[in-house]
Design a protein around this ligand. Structure first.
Ligand SMILES: *[C@@H]1O[C@H](CO)[C@@H](O)[C@H](O)[C@H]1NC(C)=O
Length: 297
């Protein structure tokens, strides 16, 4: 009996290792705008660009109505759609984080999709849509793994937030209350221009649909910096738990790093501009992904 139990423990251990090995370094959640078919909607090109920047990165779309009362999306009211969306974000992000607790997460939301990420990541409730709970529905553990959130045409826009990008100086149709602060402001970019009728007070719907083209490349640069910082343990969220186990640096081995210590499993261990440890914790080795990024695998 004792032998059988120890065999079972070994099997479970091997299974856990296998599952962890299948977890990507980066996972992207995308949420589409109102009335477009299920998928990423106009957030799609930004989601793809992030995946291309981090080889092996995976992505999933938030499953929610994305409706504003239209028959084509089941006549679900905008408010009901947002509330379902916020719940879906929390469920999908928390579930993924439970399976892959070390994976760095990115959120990309377009219009109503931006609103549900804004509500789910920043909390504060959304009285515009009848969401009265002010709690952040994403788990504490998962919050700490979100490196960046890209919001495009978010109707919750108000002027003056530190993460606003674009020409809009007015509020969207579902604005945050005056004085609102997001606890994760440093990880967010919210793109909105003055001609936009939904996140701002303009009248040009084409402006609202143009953000992926207009801001896609600056959004990608922001995400790359935030993700790389979190992967190397210097990011805005909590560093990966395992990276705190680095040994004291007893003399540099030279090379690009030389910061001493070891890089944890999945952490960055090299690349142009990288200054952290270049030696991986046993038994992992430093594998080159591209000129800017090597990872302990
Ligand atoms: C939009 O709001 C800004 C800031 O309050 C204001 O200056 C501008 O005139 C408004 N534009 C329109 C079209 O109402």
């Amino acid at each position: 009996m004792a032998i059988r139990i120890s065999s079972l423990v070994l099997l479970l251990g091997a299974y856990a290792t296998l599952v962890a090995a299948q977890c990507p370094q980066v996972h992207v959640f995308g949420a589409r705008e109102t009335t477009v078919p299920p998928g990423y909607g106009t957030a799609g090109s930004v989601v793809s660009a992030i995946q291309s920047a981090f080889p092996g990165a995976t992505a999933e779309a938030i499953t929610y109505p994305a409706c504003g009362g239209q028959a084509s999306c089941g006549s679900v009211s905008y408010a009901n759609s947002v509330i379902q969306g916020v719940t879906a974000v929390a469920n999908q992000v928390n579930s993924f984080n439970t399976q892959c607790p070390n994976t760095v997460l990115v959120l990309v939301g377009y219009s109503q999709g931006g609103q549900i990420f804004d509500d789910a990541y920043c909390g504060g409730g959304d009285t515009n849509e009848g969401l009265s709970s002010t709690a952040i529905p994403i788990s504490t553990a998962a919050q700490k793994k979100i490196a960046a959130a890209i919001l495009m045409g978010d109707p919750r826009h108000i002027p003056g937030l530190s993460y606003n990008v674009g020409t809009c100086q007015a509020s969207g149709f579902a604005p945050r209350p005056t004085g609102f602060q997001c606890p994760y402001a440093a990880n967010i970019q919210s793109y909105c221009d003055s001609a936009d009728p939904y996140c701002c007070n303009g009248s040009d719907a084409n402006t609202h649909q143009g953000y992926a083209n207009e801001y896609g490349s600056v959004a990608l640069t922001f995400v790359k910096n935030k993700v790389n910082a979190m992967l190397s343990g210097t990011g805005g969220g909590s560093p990966p738990v395992s990276s705190t186990t680095s040994a004291p640096g007893g003399g540099s081995t030279g090379g690009a790093g030389g910061g001493g210590g070891t890089a944890a499993h999945y952490a960055q261990c090299g690349g142009i501009g990288y200054t952290g440890p270049t030696v991986c914790a046993s038994p992992y080795t430093c594998k080159v992904s591209n000129a800017y990024y090597s990872q302990c695998l």
